[in-house]
Design a protein around this ligand. Structure first.
Ligand SMILES: *[C@@H]1O[C@H](CO)[C@@H](O)[C@H](O)[C@H]1NC(C)=O
Ligand SMILES: *[C@@H]1O[C@H](CO)[C@@H](O)[C@H](O)[C@H]1NC(C)=O
Ligand SMILES: *[C@@H]1O[C@H](CO)[C@@H](O)[C@H](O)[C@H]1NC(C)=O
Ligand SMILES: *[C@@H]1O[C@H](CO)[C@@H](O)[C@H](O)[C@H]1NC(C)=O
Length: 380
């Protein structure tokens, strides 16, 4: 072959590989913001460990997660070849060299005007998570300039711009209004304020240098026992799969507005890639076709203490009672969490989280339709 032919083949090869291989983003770190759907130990570090049997399936001990095992964020980290994320608030055994998790169970986007003991919501709302992230970034960069043990546990400066920023938050902003006895119209009325504050959060990360965003919408909360149990519905308000339609409608309304907010942010933040992931659709598909995908009992919680949905708000999963001076577990796990969808009436099982992750990883439910590994690109 002549030199020319070889050179041409080489150019063709380079071009071909640049449209396939070279396009992978190679995220060196993940920074996550959210609520219990993605909390890997934040609330546990601040307010007490998630009790057993949380963690039984995978970690074989409570591991800061409200699930029997891993969450979608854990499968995201694994898929990107990164370790499971340490919670920013967790001072024990944490390693932040590949990112940090700012999510806590019960977090809302908007700061609430009630305390955690009054309403159960975490005081670490999204604005606080952002403040923590910003301080984490500044201090990591300073500490890494000094030699010493901490250098090995913190991300490199360039990771802050190269990282994937993931968000899964909003569900608690919706339930917060209902807890204050607001009507659906009143809840709808404050959604624009919630989304303005969400957009501000994305803008702040962009200002700090973040460019790749992976945003989960909110799930079908009308299919969760912690909603179904305290808000009984008329049969006309229930769908064929045992979910409460009005609550799913408000979740979908929120998601539609979230999607609009993301479209606006894309116009404004020219260098950002913001992927919107329709987790609602995936979770609802799973619940509505449970048998087809190898799962049982739809919306019934696996871990709990009796009632129509195996959910009792005063004896949630892991609740104990003292009998003859001995602590015994009264809200236990079901026998086979691996075939169940709902873990404790609020959160999903590891098996369901894994299934959900498998659906979203390839970009099938994303807008733009890019896969997780390509989430630094606006299009394919
Ligand atoms: C922290 O995590 C990084 C990346 O996964 C790893 O290379 C390193 O060995 C870990 N450091 C410690 C002290 O465990
Ligand atoms: C808390 O109160 C302030 C002042 O009245 C109000 O502006 C804000 O919207 C309230 N927040 C929530 C979550 O209701
Ligand atoms: C909401 O209504 C219930 C039932 O009437 C009542 O017990 C509760 O105190 C009310 N909550 C608030 C925050 O007003
Ligand atoms: C994407 O989703 C469609 C239906 O929603 C399904 O038929 C298809 O197999 C999925 N593709 C992949 C790669 O999972």
């Amino acid at each position: 072959m002549s030199q020319v032919v070889i050179s041409i083949l080489f150019v063709i090869f380079m071009v071909a590989s640049s449209v396939t291989e070279a396009r992978k983003c190679g995220f060196p770190a993940i920074f996550n913001f959210g609520d219990s759907n993605s909390d890997t130990g934040g609330l546990s570090a601040a307010f007490g460990q998630a009790p057993p049997p949380n963690g039984i399936t995978f970690f074989h001990t409570p591991a800061g997660r409200f699930s029997d095992g891993r969450l979608v964020i854990d499968f995201i980290a694994k898929n990107l070849g990164l370790p499971y994320l340490s919670a920013y608030l967790d001072s024990i055994g944490s390693n932040f060299s590949s990112g940090a998790n700012f999510a806590t169970a019960g977090s809302t986007i908007r700061p609430q005007n009630t305390t955690r003991s009054q309403s159960g919501y975490s005081p670490i709302s999204l604005d606080v998570q952002l403040a923590q992230y910003s301080d984490f970034k500044t201090r990591s960069i300073n500490v890494r300039k000094k030699e010493g043990v901490f250098k090995k546990l913190l991300p490199k400066e360039e990771y802050f711009s190269e990282a994937l920023y993931t968000f899964d938050i909003g569900q608690n902003d919706l339930t917060a209004g209902y807890k204050l006895n607001m009507t659906t119209e009143q809840v709808k009325g404050y959604i624009p304020d919630v989304l303005n504050q969400f957009s501000s959060a994305i803008r702040s990360v962009y200002k700090e240098g973040g460019r790749s965003f992976w945003v989960h919408n909110t799930g079908p909360l009308g299919c969760l026992p912690y909603i179904l149990d305290p808000y009984p519905m008329s049969s006309a308000d229930m769908d064929n799969f045992g979910c409460a339609k009005p609550f799913n409608e408000i979740a979908q309304y929120f998601n539609q507005k979230l999607k609009e907010a993301v479209v606006k942010l894309r116009e404004e933040l020219q260098e950002a890639t913001i992927v919107y992931v329709d987790v609602y659709k995936v979770k609802y598909t799973l619940i509505s076709h449970a048998r087809k995908y190898g799962f049982e009992k739809g919306v019934i919680a696996c871990c709990g203490k009796g009632g129509k949905y195996n959910f009792n708000n005063v004896a949630r999963c892991g609740a104990t009672k003292i009998v003859n001076g001995k602590k015994i577990l009264i809200a236990k796990s079901c026998k086979a969490p691996s075939v169940r969808i709902i873990w404790d009436g609020i959160h999903y099982t590891e098996a369901a989280n894994n299934w959900i992750f498998q659906q979203i990883v390839n970009g099938n439910f994303s807008d733009p339709p890019v896969s997780l590994k390509m989430a630094c690109h606006d299009q394919l």
